[in-house]
Design a protein around this ligand. Structure first.
Ligand SMILES: O=C(O)CCC(=O)C(=O)O
Ligand SMILES: [Fe+2]
Length: 282
């Protein structure tokens, strides 16, 4: 176990992201290391691991050491492993999964905690992922707007993204399924109290948030557009360059992410395990 006693956690920016070194994720984690990882996850919101060599079973075991696995309803699973979703783009496909700012699962009343995304095959260049700190975005707003937002709830849904009526670019359809299960609508505070860090976090996103509760779509749009512009500012983000064997473990409640689609003609194949979360409150 000696190898575990000296993990290093190096922050990527002041707002979010940390590279964790000194860990072989195939090995069981002792309580001390797990404690250090949990503290780093709470502080940095997304952890990056390099040069891992994981089978789906080992990926599942690492995920289970953290919490309960959420089985995704809409993504194609890795054959034989319903717990592992495939995030794939083939050389002849144009559209990628997650190619815009979003956070996963906000349409669930109990949204998933986060995901462990493991790179199996990556293009020679391109295909980076951006992450944004939604607590930093909230902190950057004026006191007046903060106070207004803290009194609001927002309505989120999966229907317009994963449902039968979703207006999806054609070649994404083969990688997503189960449209009849896209019936989730959820209401969450616009500003949540993060369940781990206790920080206030802006919890709306362009993919799944429909409108402010009690407001029409038209009334909501100017406010949401302003918040999305702020959240998209590069100051709040970190960019991760993948290599085969890299793993990113992000917190859906604290971050947005954006998978860049700048590698046409190349294959990119990732394995994703998502973990169950908890109810979100103010
Ligand atoms: O492929 C990526 O980098 C992220 C894709 C995505 O949005 C996800 O897996 O939730
Ligand atoms: Fe995503």
């Amino acid at each position: 176990m000696a190898a575990y006693q000296h993990i290093t956690v190096e922050a990527c920016t002041d707002h979010l992201g940390a590279e964790v070194a000194g860990l072989d994720l195939r090995q069981p984690l002792n309580d001390e290391v797990l404690g250090e990882l949990r503290a780093a996850y709470s502080q940095h919101s997304v952890l990056f691991f390099r040069d891992q060599d994981l089978t789906p079973e080992e990926h599942i075991r690492f995920a289970q050491s953290w919490g309960e696995i959420n089985i995704n309803r809409f993504f194609t699973a890795v054959e034989g492993y319903p717990q592992v979703a495939e995030v794939r783009k083939e050389p002849d496909q144009q559209v990628n999964i997650g190619g815009g700012w979003h956070t996963d699962h906000s349409y669930d009343q109990i949204p998933a905690l986060g995901s462990m995304l493991y790179a199996r095959q990556v293009p020679p260049r391109g295909g980076d992922t951006l992450f944004a700190s939604m607590s930093a975005v909230f902190d950057g707003l004026s006191d007046g707007l903060k106070a207004t937002l803290e009194g609001l709830n927002a309505v989120h849904s999966s229907r317009h993204v994963f449902g039968a009526a979703a207006n999806r670019p054609g070649d994404l359809n083969s990688r997503l399924g189960n449209a009849e299960a896209a019936t989730q609508d959820a209401i969450h505070p616009v500003v949540i109290r993060h369940p781990l860090s206790g920080r206030k976090v802006l919890y709306v996103n362009p993919a799944f948030t429909r409108h402010i509760e009690g407001w029409t779509d038209l009334e909501s749009a100017p406010l949401l557009t302003y918040l999305y512009q702020q959240a998209g500012r590069p100051e709040y983000s970190v960019r991760f360059r993948w290599q085969p064997g890299s793993m990113a473990f992000w917190d859906n409640r604290a971050t947005w992410h954006y998978a860049l689609n700048d590698y046409q003609g190349e294959r990119r194949l990732m394995h994703r395990i998502t973990l169950e979360g908890c109810e979100l409150g103010r």
